[in-house]
Write a protein that binds this ligand. Structure first.
Ligand SMILES: [Fe+2]
Length: 152
């Protein structure tokens, strides 16, 4: 899946979802609302954290943050792609990383194959409790997600 165009992908997924909803609505009495579409059906996640596969170890984002964070104050969030750091070569590399707090996009980082390591540190802030969602895309192995709860 070399040359992955993220914008084109998102447009296609959106159009497919809308088309699927219309087809279902027209084809039967049962309709599908936008809320029922599984936008993340092709997202890979670790299935068993105690027994990760080699592919999960190489792709699922790993995140770390300081023990003592304060309400609303910025702190550094370290993101590494894979507990076994994912390679960055011209034929196999991480293309982007997105960080969300709840449903809000906090950072979008794009990599080229020339980036030496699939890791990044970003600044984030949390008010009391938030769901941290990290999404990343490998040019060969698709989208991977890690979700954590961050609390002050
Ligand atoms: Fe990969």
């Amino acid at each position: 899946m070399q040359g992955f165009d993220r914008r084109k992908f998102l447009k296609t997924v959106g159009i497919s979802a809308v088309t699927a909803g219309l087809a279902t609505t027209v084809g039967s009495l049962k309709s599908v609302s936008a809320d029922e579409v599984d936008w993340f059906q092709n997202v890979n996640r670790v299935k068993d954290p105690l027994n990760k596969t080699p592919k999960e170890k190489g792709h699922a984002p790993v995140v770390q943050w300081p023990v003592n964070i304060k309400n609303g104050e910025p702190f550094n969030l370290d993101i590494q792609i894979g507990e076994n750091l994912h390679p960055m070569t011209p034929n196999h590399y991480i293309q982007w990383v997105e960080a969300y707090m709840g449903t809000d996009l906090v950072s979008l980082i794009e990599f080229s194959p020339l980036c030496p390591q699939a890791k990044v540190t970003i600044s984030v802030a949390v008010k009391e409790v938030s769901t941290l969602r990290i999404l990343t895309h490998c040019n060969l192995h698709g989208i991977w997600e890690t979700v954590k709860t961050v609390s002050v």
